[in-house]
Design a protein around this ligand. Sequence first.
Ligand code: FES
Ligand code: FES
Length: 156
Amino acid sequence: MIVRFRLNGESVVQVVKPNETLLDVLRDRIKLHSVKKGCDEGLCGTCTVILNGVPVRSCLMLAVQANDADIITVEGLAKLGTLSEIQQAFLEKNGFQCGFCTSGMMLTAKVLLDSNPKPSLDDIKDAFDGQLCRCTGYEQIIESVQRAAELRTAKK
Ligand code: FES
Ligand code: FES
């Protein structure tokens, strides 16, 4: 089957199997290895991408369901080689260690801050519910999101 979508602003056309997940197409066909395969059953959030403005678990979605969609991965956060506020904040606050969960965390942060520029602690915890990290204990991730909100506000 042929599937067409926009990936970080670029048009993509792929021939896929009907049962192929979006995760497998992104990783195995397009070689976008920033999208991580963790549990492969919807439990960890490492495979999160933004699809039409919503964070989705790409392991739970068939590639054909992404036809005509706008997809953003972590590569879509930086503009012209400049880190986004979210990436800058994760660097400043040590929001990652091994980095396996980080793409999904940053994309979840983007969706949260795009709709809620000044999230409360509870807002952040709610948004990241189900995004698993084995390394950081989550404190640095929460601080990174709070810092990203500050950087975005300062830029306006
Ligand atoms: S790999 Fe998709 S949720 Fe874990
Ligand atoms: S930084 Fe290692 S899993 Fe989150």
